[in-house]
Design a protein around this ligand. Sequence first.
Ligand code: NAG
Length: 215
Amino acid sequence: MLYAAPFVLVVAVLNALQMLVEAYPGGPPLSACISMVPTGHGASTLTGTTPFSITTNTTFYTAGENIEVTISGARFVGFFVQARRRDSGSDTNTAVGTITPGNTNIGKTLDCGGGTDNAWSHKTNAAKTSESAIWTAPTDDKGTIAFRATIVQGPSSDRYWTGVYSANLPYGSPPDDTGDMSGPTTDPTTGSGHVVYGSSLLILLVSFTVAAMNN
Ligand SMILES: *[C@@H]1O[C@H](CO)[C@@H](O)[C@H](O)[C@H]1NC(C)=O
């Protein structure tokens, strides 16, 4: 009994510290689906350029395609990621596509806005430096999308970044491969090559004519 009271006190203090480290150790609540702001964390104390980046293994997407999305840059404890439409006039508040966490010991999915598995978050607040998932694109054209992330850097719960975006991923083929259906026939170097060839033939013909007249 003599040792029980201090032990209980230590456990209580550790629990309080744990709450300070992260307000949602098991992942964000569904109420955060639209804003993606971790309300239980208070205002962010971080300013300047985020040390984190959200990268993908392709620069565009097609219907139903699987794309790898990665959070990296620095140590972090919590994350919340969704693919969002980016075109002006489109619904930029709804998660699109579905996500499969790369590591299900660290990540889990959420069903945001009546969808299924359309958001990805941490499920434990263990420190990590890089996490990946597979995003499966919708089966129809949703225009340009980007991945939007909220990342809790820690160690305290008010050290987080929100509105961290990947590069935009347009729907369809990369810009360099579109529009040029005519191929090399319109290539100006090929065109000038023909001109040079034509001139040489003309000079050759004139030479023969001059030579023939001289004989
Ligand atoms: C991107 O990664 C996914 C998942 O690993 C893979 O299925 C897909 O083929 C990759 N895409 C490219 C363009 O490498």
